[in-house]
Design a protein around this ligand. Structure first.
Ligand code: ZN
Length: 272
């Protein structure tokens, strides 16, 4: 799943690279990705010659604010990412959209599972897109307080691992970061979310912030890691895809088993 830190990293780099640029051309490979429009030309017409004024993020969606009171929305798929390229770079197999700019450069949108979507909407219509109004809190936003988090943990009353990946609780934590957060907090994913002590809730809350901010600072998990190359995991990743390797806290081998109903990576000794 495309997770929050990687989308936030993409937002920051797009902010530097494409704000102020004017769109020269757009090409989408798979029609299903423009399902919110009648056809691809309708999307192309809405984007033709438009200047990008700002780039923002709502959950795991990227919003490119255009100069005509419309927004180009990119809903990330199960496994998507965005890369800046030169205008002449040939798109790889996973590239589903190429946008070029009048002043040079291009944007390649990769979508391995073709589950993402792209659409242009009037700014006033943004609230009507369900994907842009998730029920959960954005853990990188100011609205993420430990009190609000505690309330969700009590209400949800399910194993922790399960609650952390639920978008109705938190937006953008997938398998990688849920495992990392639980390891950092020293908590087992099997623990019922409603039975944590106040101290444990605070520890979990701080771990969510620490893990996500560090991931953003490090530029997100690399694609090699995201695509399952066990040898190339990032140094800031402590448990995810490290089965059999020594826990960095207590040297116990990391396990990869179902916990709280979810297949996850954890240390059986220091996560309790
Ligand atoms: Zn350990």
């Amino acid at each position: 799943m495309t997770q929050l830190p990687e989308v936030e990293v993409a937002r920051k780099s797009l902010e530097r690279e494409i704000v102020g640029k004017r769109i020269k051309s757009v090409e989408v490979k798979t029609t299903a990705l423009v399902r919110h429009h009648r056809n691809r030309p309708e999307l192309y017409r809405a984007l033709d010659g438009r200047k990008i004024d700002a780039v923002s993020r709502r959950g795991t969606a990227l919003l490119l604010d255009l100069d005509d009171d419309c927004t180009f929305v990119l809903l990330m798929g199960e496994h998507s990412w965005i890369a800046s390229e030169t205008a002449s770079a040939s798109p790889g197999r996973s590239v589903q959209m190429v946008t070029t700019f009048t002043t040079g450069g291009a944007l390649h949108y990769h979508d391995v599972t073709k589950t993402g979507a792209m659409l242009v909407l009037a700014d006033t219509e943004l609230a009507s897109v369900p994907e842009l109004t998730p029920g959960g809190v954005d853990p990188l936003a100011d609205t993420f307080t430990w009190q609000a988090f505690n309330q969700k943990l009590v209400e949800w009353a399910r194993p922790l691992r399960n609650v952390l990946t639920d978008f109705q609780v938190l937006v953008g934590l997938g398998d990688t970061y849920a495992d990392e957060v639980l390891w950092t907090a020293g908590l087992s994913g099997a623990r019922p979310s409603q039975r944590l002590s106040a101290q444990e809730v605070r520890r979990l809350y701080r771990s969510v912030l620490e893990v996500l901010h560090e991931a953003v600072k490090q530029g997100g998990a690399t694609e090699a890691e995201a695509e399952g190359d066990e040898e190339e995991s990032d140094p800031f990743i402590n448990v995810y895809r490290r089965a059999g390797q020594a826990c960095r806290r207590c040297r116990t081998p990391i396990r990869h088993e179902k916990i709280g109903g979810e297949l996850s990576y954890f240390c059986p000794a220091c996560q309790t």
